[in-house]
Design a protein around this ligand. Sequence first.
Ligand SMILES: Cc1ncc(COP(=O)(O)O)c(C=O)c1O
Length: 462
Amino acid sequence: MLDESRTNSTIIAAYRQRTATSEALASRARQVLPSGIVHDSRQLNPYPVYVNRAEGAHKWDVDGNEYVDYYGGHGALLLGHNDPRVVEAVHRQLNLGTHYAACHELELRWAELVQQLVPCAERVRFTSSGTEANLMALRLARAYTGKSVLVRFKGHFHGWQDHVAFGCDDHFDGSPTPGVLPGIAENVLIAPPNDLMATLALLASRDDIAAVILEPTGASFGWSPMSRDFLAALREATAERGIVLIFDEVVTGFRVSPGGAQAHYGITPDLTSLAKILAGGLPGGAVVGRKDILDLLDFEQAQQSGREKIQHQGTFNANPVSAAAGIACLEIIADGEACAIATAQAQHLQSILNRVFADEGVPWAAFGEHSAVYFFTNPSGVDIDPMGFDASSLAPEVLRTGGKHPGAGKFRLALMLNGVDISGRPGGSTSCKHSDEDLEHTAQAVRKAVVMLKEEGELHYA
Ligand SMILES: Cc1ncc(COP(=O)(O)O)c(C=O)c1O
């Protein structure tokens, strides 16, 4: 793969030339880190760049190249990089200690803020990540209902733990990925997203379902959008049957609105998992929800109800530094302005990018709800008009193929050559720090990248 990429692509050659220090680091990294990376989504051919500085909506690599950043800390940075108020709170806390192994007032303030903002959050339990929050949400639901089966939706991502490690990018038949026990997979059913009839029929077909979990705006922050009507019907059906409804708001929490997707849609789940923005750009997560369910984590309540308490430890739960960052962040976003700006900028970016695609005669489109921006790179050549693109008119399998276009990897590299960093879907999200100038720069970068792809023969539509 790496040697192949040394061949005749001018995009790859230019990328190598511009990022020589990153290439040297990547080659060192492959001697110690599997694939040279620490998160699967950082896999990039011929190698990813190494970043050593960030500010607002921008970041710089080790060769001094500047990028408008749409990776946004995997969605965690609604306030952009290094918001001064968050940085100040972190510095203050660093001077006071990073770990007390004791209760501290920050965890209380942090939980109170979550409780005020998120409708379902009668109680809050902090974890260290979104993966852990979902793991605890599932355990709570199973313990509360005394049932075993989890219903989840094809393509929805809930972290990398065993109960949800299949059915997102592959293993759609529900078979376990390597290392996951068949017994775990047998207790997880994968439902078709947005197919209300099939989902309701599944819920009605058995009485051993403990929980339904989903990303409330659809898989991968609306990469495959999900309708409010579907959510409402699901809420009704799960309530009728005593099934615990879990919204995975690890991305949508505090981004769709200060109260997450549940506040935006006015649909309250039983449990919610949070992370990313919750901790203001530092590690942290939480499972929040109905008191009677989280009471299973409460020593006294569990005893009073005659139920066995669920154990929960975690060295870094509500770590003071994460708590300080989280409080500063949530206090800023509470009025909704940051969400509104990020959403407006994402929607504006989509429209100027679609103008670029139309001008260039390329049947690609930018789409996404709220502050998401995705590129539909149309590998199968569906007849679309970028200016009138309606994502809901395409099946999720078609819409999600952005990364499968043979030129998608080079598109990303070409964007980097022109000072823009996006994720491999391809896509990303905006922060409230993305300025109109950043968006204009991005549109120019996309135009140049499209021209470069055409010159390499990667866009056969034109
Ligand atoms: C919807 C969703 N759930 C859960 C997770 C896992 O969170 P974490 O990476 O904090 O473990 C992610 C991470 O991207 C996510 O997008």
